[in-house]
Design a protein around this ligand. Structure first.
Ligand SMILES: Cc1cc2nc3c(=O)[nH]c(=O)nc-3n(C[C@H](O)[C@H](O)[C@H](O)COP(=O)(O)OP(=O)(O)OC[C@H]3O[C@@H](n4cnc5c(N)ncnc54)[C@H](O)[C@@H]3O)c2cc1C
Length: 449
């Protein structure tokens, strides 16, 4: 055996001893106070951790990613704030995030949905009258679908029965994706025909965050003990103390608050001993995680009408780069953001950057002519394959019921508590829903002790 190999073996053995030590002695989060391990540093986890820490608990947050924020994350690599996940505060007047966002130094801009021009695939503008009429018909159709809906039929199935021809019409495809699939997250073939609108929305227009939603996560993270790069793989709650394992460490705590997204729960990345109650396992399997992707394109000069808020186009493929947000309206950047929705959100993840640019430019050239230049930069998301989320947000599908989201929030043995957007029927798929769910679980623990 040469020296180098011997040395390698020694370091291997000492690493093994070190690992053995780590695994045989769980890290106690606290020896004096009640301790809580919060899994996930998204807004629900951070809000929960904050509240418990303020109330005298010893709290540790374990986060699998290299950054905090989860589905609130801002990429500043091009200068402009590109929010990869959430962008809007929905109906800010009543929304609890509004006050917190101000405290976090967040700036906002009122987005007006009506400030839009929509073009057909030949580049002709739809008239205001046409858009207004179709919008009313679309709202009426949603009501009809709920009336004729069934627990085991998807939105699309009921829609096709009621309106056999409409799904072939480009403007309907536009509304069903840029509005419905964006809002709910899933493809219309999977969205429940009964429960797609049973969540609650506050009144009023939305505001978009102009300097990065990530600031909200940073604000909540101040003063918290957060361990990044720590994906949890096991939770053992057979004894009084809960044992939680990551790849290299073991933790011991009195309570665990689990805030990982529904997509992560569905993939069974975390093993539980004993298994979670069957009802919870079934709901996790049945509820769905949707997919929406965002694409930010940056140019030297704007070639579009910069007074517009939104630009729409109605291509043949549903959900394909059909809605553009004009960021020049509220930033100094010549930038547009577009989206992929429903089934096309998954297809877009298989395309290279140059293919994405070609497809998007194809749509913009229909509107603005062939001479417009390619963007100098593109930023994009792939939420479907993101291993910390496996999708954008949760939604009800065939066989699920309205209260399944609330049922997911039931704690197990008063030891494992569940927070996250997917645990709120009322406010699922939103930042405020996730935030309120974190406070709700902190409150439960405070009431329990
Ligand atoms: C594209 C997109 C657009 C959106 N737009 C809006 C919007 O405009 N307005 C709005 O209100 N909402 C919007 N949302 C929804 C909103 O972002 C989410 O509902 C909210 O941020 C979810 O917070 P959360 O704490 O429940 O989950 P997350 O933010 O996902 O936090 C969960 C955390 O758990 C971590 N984690 C995962 N697995 C493990 C593991 N094994 N161990 C440890 N940690 C783990 C994750 O990395 C993550 O940080 C959008 C979401 C997306 C994706």
């Amino acid at each position: 055996m040469n020296r180098k190999k011997f040395f390698q073996n020694i370091s291997f053995i000492s690493a093994l001893i070190q690992l053995q030590k780590i695994f045989s002695n769980p890290i106690k989060i606290s020896s004096k106070k009640k301790s809580v391990l919060v899994i996930g540093a998204g807004i629900s986890g951070l809000a929960c951790a904050n509240k418990l820490q303020q109330n005298g608990f010893d709290v540790l947050v374990l986060e699998s990613d290299t950054k905090i924020g989860g589905r609130i994350k801002t990429d500043y690599s091009l200068g402009i704030a590109f929010d990869q996940g959430a962008s809007w505060i929905h109906s800010p007047k009543e929304n609890p995030i509004t006050k917190l966002a101000k405290e976090a130094g967040i700036k906002t801009f009122l987005t007006v949905n009506d400030n839009v021009e929509i073009y057909n695939k030949k580049g002709n503008l739809y008239t205001e009258n046409y858009i207004d009429t179709l919008t009313i018909n679309y709202k009426n159709a949603q009501e009809e679908i709920i009336k004729n809906g069934d627990k085991n039929n998807s939105f699309e199935e009921v829609f096709k029965t009621l309106y056999p021809k409409k799904l072939e019409q480009p403007f309907w495809k536009f509304m069903l994706s840029a509005d419905l699939e964006f809002d709910i997250g899933g493809d219309i073939s999977e969205i429940s025909s009964l429960y797609f609108q049973d969540d609650e929305v506050f009144e009023g227009e939305d505001v978009i965050i102009t300097n990065g939603y990530g600031k909200l996560a940073d604000y909540f993270a101040k003063g918290l003990n957060i361990k990044l790069n720590s994906p949890v793989s096991e939770i053992d709650y057979r004894s009084e103390k809960i044992i939680t394992k990551t790849k290299n460490e073991i933790f011991e705590s009195d309570f665990v608050v689990l805030t990982v997204p529904l997509g992560v729960l569905k993939k069974k990345i975390i093993q539980f001993s004993p298994n979670l109650p069957q009802e919870k396992i079934d709901i996790i399997q049945n509820l769905k995680m949707g997919n929406v992707n965002k694409f930010l394109l940056l140019w030297e000069k704007a070639f579009w009408d910069t007074s517009l808020q939104y630009i729409g186009i109605t291509p043949d493929t549903k959900g394909k780069f059909n809605y553009f947000l004009n960021l020049k309206k509220f930033t100094e950047y010549n930038a547009l953001m577009t989206f992929s929705f429903g089934k096309y959100a998954y297809i877009s993840e298989t395309l290279s950057n140059s293919e994405i640019i070609e497809e998007i430019m194809g749509h913009l050239k229909i509107i603005y002519g062939n001479k417009i230049p390619n963007p100098k930069n593109l930023l994009r998301t792939k939420w479907g394959e993101n291993k910390n989320a496996f999708g954008c947000y949760s939604f009800p599908t065939n066989g699920t019921t309205s209260d399944d989201f609330d049922k997911l929030s039931k704690s197990v043995n008063n030891k494992i508590f569940f927070a996250g957007e997917h645990t709120s029927t009322k406010y699922r798929a939103t930042v405020h829903g996730a935030y309120l769910s974190g406070l709700r679980e902190a409150e439960k623990i405070l009431n329990y002790i």
